[in-house]
Design a protein around this ligand. Structure first.
Ligand code: C6P
Length: 418
């Protein structure tokens, strides 16, 4: 093994030992090689145990009971919010709203800020590389409100066409730039800090889809100057069913609530209602308590490794992944070819094997990859293909697993060669 791979920034064996699912066989005699982290990450024992402990020991509703169990549940739930505030460097915990995930977070912005502020003649500027969750909510609202959605194109090298972005901002009445931080298909890391600066110069806001960045690199909402940031717990070793909407306080204060019900109100009469303070105004009903607590434990775990270390680990592995894939004949890799400019996903087509067949053959070798359009149909249309295969890495992946993927590709080729 090269010295570069020996110099991985932390003890992977130790990390792997914390993830029960990685220590089981995928098929009898075949270990699991999990390379579908962009879809959802695995969970360490520390997260599983915290969720288990909540249900076993202090299961109760939050913000409601005066009894001991409810008080403990509320304390731990609110402590998770504080951990997440620190993790993304939000100025206040009131700016951290628990949602079900990235999708719900973006829909919340569309249905509150968007519904109040967007009118005919306005433009929401999205991009061709966006996940459907940062396209469809804007299309739905545009159909109702009569504003336009424009899309920044993707260049040949898999990066955003910044010239068009600048021109749109300079010449169109753009009210919001809705852009992903890192592409779940191309691995492209977009210059969101620069985009935020440009948007603000032209009086527009920026919503950053951090689904693929927050789990993989240090993200500081104040440094980026993001107006909104959305991300999901399940992609960052936390439970499913929980995510975050970060929003600048003055914006959130001015936004009406989205869902109505318990906890989000201050007073209700039959004539009308008033709203609770932030962040509860946006957390109607019994929240995802166990999941939020689990996300707090996930943040603790990631902090123990350190997000700079996580990023360094993924950089080294991505470089190796791209190097190894470049050796494979008839493999077309999409996105920036330079590992330094991208995150730890490799999306590709191989020979004339359909990505679904390829994923199935790799699965037989214990290797889990994703195949399809990865909820980015407009991007696949732009690339002129219907589907791709994708390997995506995380904190527990190893160079040996990348070698196994490449071996698996050669084996698949043999099967198809007959
Ligand atoms: N991408 C993938 O395999 P949710 O489903 O709400 O947790 O996340 C949606 C989402 C939003 N933005 C980006 C950039 C994403 O990658 C995702 C989820 C998964 O690529 C499932 S389609």
């Amino acid at each position: 093994m090269s010295t570069r791979l020996q110099a991985l920034p932390y003890d992977i064996d130790q990390v792997r030992a914390d993830f029960p699912i990685l220590n089981q066989e995928h098929h009898p005699g075949t270990p699991l090689i999990y390379l579908d982290n962009a879809a959802s990450s695995q969970k360490p024992k520390a997260v599983i145990d915290v969720v288990d402990d909540y249900y076993r020991r202090y299961n109760a509703n939050v913000h409601r009971g005066i009894h001991k169990l409810s008080e403990e549940a509320t304390t731990v739930y609110e402590a998770a919010r504080v951990k997440i505030r620190k993790f993304i460097n939000a100025a206040s915990k009131r700016e951290v709203i628990f949602t079900r995930g990235t999708t719900e977070s973006i829909n919340l912005v569309a249905n509150t800020w968007g519904r109040v502020n967007l009118k005919p003649g306005d433009v929401v500027l999205s991009t061709v590389m966006e996940h459907h969750s940062n396209i469809v909510p804007w299309q739905l609202l545009a159909a109702e409100k009569g504003f336009a959605v424009h899309y920044v194109p993707v260049l040949e090298d898999g990066t955003l066409d910044m010239e068009t972005l600048r021109r749109e901002l300079a010449t169109q009445p753009v009210k919001l730039v809705a852009v992903m931080h890192m592409s779940n298909v191309l691995g492209t890391v977009n210059p969101v800090r620069e985009i935020a600066h440009l948007a603000h110069e032209h009086g527009a806001l920026i919503l950053v889809d951090g689904a693929q960045s927050v789990p993989h690199m240090p993200v500081d909402v104040q440094a980026i100057d993001a107006d909104f940031l959305a991300f999901s717990g399940h992609k960052m070793i936390g439970p499913t069913g929980v995510g975050i909407l970060y929003g600048k306080r003055d914006l959130l204060e001015a936004m009406p609530p989205w869902m109505g019900g318990g906890d989000m109100i201050s007073r209700v009469t039959l004539e009308g209602s008033t709203w609770n303070e932030l962040p509860y105004k946006f957390e109607a009903g019994t929240p995802n308590i166990a999941q939020a607590i689990g996300l707090g434990a996930a943040v603790d775990y990631l902090n123990q490794i350190g997000m700079a270390q996580v990023q360094a680990h993924e950089h080294i592995l991505t470089e190796y992944l791209l190097e190894r894939l470049a050796e494979v004949p008839e493999l077309t890799l999409y996105g920036p070819q330079n590992h330094a400019e991208r995150g730890a996903v490799a999306t590709f087509r191989f020979a004339d094997i359909h990505p679904h067949d390829l994923a199935q053959l790799l699965d037989a070798e214990g290797i889990a990859v994703r195949a399809g359009h990865h909820c980015a149909m407009p991007l696949h249309d732009h690339l002129g293909i219907g589907a791709t295969a994708r390997a995506s890495l995380y904190i527990y992946n190893t160079p040996a697993e990348i070698d196994a993927l490449v071996e698996g590709l050669y084996k698949a080729k043999k099967v198809f060669a007959g």
